[in-house]
Design a protein around this ligand. Structure first.
Ligand SMILES: Cc1cc2nc3c(=O)[nH]c(=O)nc-3n(C[C@H](O)[C@H](O)[C@H](O)COP(=O)(O)OP(=O)(O)OC[C@H]3O[C@@H](n4cnc5c(N)ncnc54)[C@H](O)[C@@H]3O)c2cc1C
Length: 370
């Protein structure tokens, strides 16, 4: 870790996974860190997510992997059940040693609580409400006007403001968001005792499955191809699960009683131009948002936070460092986004066996050093 950062300052737009990870990575190196987020309430939406091996590896660098494992549900195996009931499994690579799990399911609010607590403990300031309304990236400094009309002058600006990033536009990297004719659902349920890893069930025109996120909770996911219906979430998700048999029948009855069901369109984005401009840079979903089917967006966001700080250690000049970061991350993140789009297409076409193989390939690609 570098030691020359005592007087350096950063403004991070976005207190999501990428922004909070970056806040901790830089604050522990002595940077003065301010995070702003346009959300007015400090709540992460209540569904869960899978943190794969590379996410745990990056969190381990920050001393946070064990906290996430303790708050989540560690696991090693994915079981896929095809339409005809054929079962196949694959073992996930264990990247933080043979005695710790390969990945963890975790409730989003738990992950945010851990990341936020660590950033605050290390001295970062987090302000909810303001966004960036105007930016000037000039002569190695950032001047930002916030939406509350206050001004900031800092050494580095990080746009970690998600797939609909406005910082991306401010630094001249406007990027289209792609829709893929699918919608994903998530429902929180009590964890059935047989759910001790990820289980997926292929169906006609859709796919469902379950991920444990603590000893007491799991979430059911479902992907549908028809995105026109706008019914109430819980009954609609339950309807969509009608064709699934076997253990998925039990999941369906638990979804019917779930108080927390959400749906999201399947969207992706990949900024084509360089992700940095002078001392400003975009990271996480703002730069590269894969589809949820790859379960890799949060992993890339966490890696970004750790590796951005690493590049800032290696280069005295901030503009050079963020450019090096962007160049270093480009191929890996683009590959994940492209693979995620291919997985979504295979699912849409009901080529489930091929999508299982590609998901496995994606996990192995991601296991390579970042
Ligand atoms: C349904 C679904 C399931 C998923 N499951 C998984 C999974 O299992 N595993 C996985 O690895 N990934 C998963 N992902 C992807 C993952 O959620 C994202 O890749 C990850 O959240 C990206 O983190 P981020 O910090 O870049 O962006 P976000 O998490 O979107 O955070 C952005 C933050 O910026 C704030 N913000 C927005 N605009 C502004 C602004 N103008 N100024 C300041 N702040 C702003 C927002 O309020 C938010 O707090 C899933 C995604 C979806 C939609």
């Amino acid at each position: 870790m570098g030691t020359r950062n005592d007087s350096r300052s950063v403004l991070i737009a976005g207190a999501g996974i990428a922004g909070l990870t970056t806040a901790s990575s830089l604050a522990r190196r002595g940077w003065s860190v301010e995070v702003i987020d346009t959300a007015t309430e400090d709540v992460a939406i209540g569904w869960g997510l899978s943190l794969t091996g590379p996410a745990l590896r990056a969190l381990d660098d920050l001393g946070l992997a064990d906290r996430c494992l303790a708050a989540g549900y560690g696991m090693n195996v994915v079981t896929n059940i095809d339409i005809d009931g054929t079962e196949s499994t694959f073992e996930l690579p264990r990247l933080i040693g043979p005695h710790r799990p390969a990945m963890t399911g975790i409730a989003r609010p738990e992950l945010h609580r851990i990341l936020r607590a660590e950033a605050l403990r290390l001295g970062a300031q987090i302000h909810l409400g303001p966004g960036v309304s105007r930016l000037c990236l000039d002569k190695g400094q950032v001047r930002a006007e916030l939406t509350d009309r206050s001004m900031r002058t800092v050494d580095l600006l990080v746009g970690a403001d998600g797939i609909r990033s406005t910082v991306r536009d401010h630094i001249g990297r406007s990027t289209p968001i792609r829709h893929h004719g699918q919608r994903v659902w998530r429902a929180l349920i009590p964890r059935p005792s047989w759910v001790n890893g990820i289980h997926t069930f292929a169906g006609s025109g859709r796919q469902t499955g379950v991920v444990p996120i603590s000893s007491g909770q799991a979430y059911v996911f479902l992907t549908e191809n028809d995105v026109r219906q706008e019914d109430e979430p819980a009954p609609r998700m339950q309807d969509l699960m009608v064709p699934f048999l076997g253990r998925a029948l039990e999941l369906r009855s638990l979804v019917a009683r779930s108080a927390s069901v959400i749906r999201r369109p399947v969207r992706t984005a990949l900024a084509e131009a360089l992700w940095s401009s002078g001392p400003g840079v975009i990271i996480g979903d703002a730069a590269h948002a894969p589809s949820p089917q790859s379960a890799s967006g949060a992993t890339l966001a966490i890696e970004d936070g750790v590796l951005l700080a690493e590049e800032l250690d290696h280069h005295a000049d901030i503009s050079t460092a963020v450019r090096a970061f962007a160049e270093r991350r480009r191929d890996r993140c683009a590959t994940v986004v492209e693979t995620s789009i291919a997985i979504a297409a295979l699912e849409r076409e009901q080529r489930h066996n091929e999508s299982y193989s590609l998901i496995e390939v994606c996990h192995h690609q991601m296991a390579l050093p970042a």
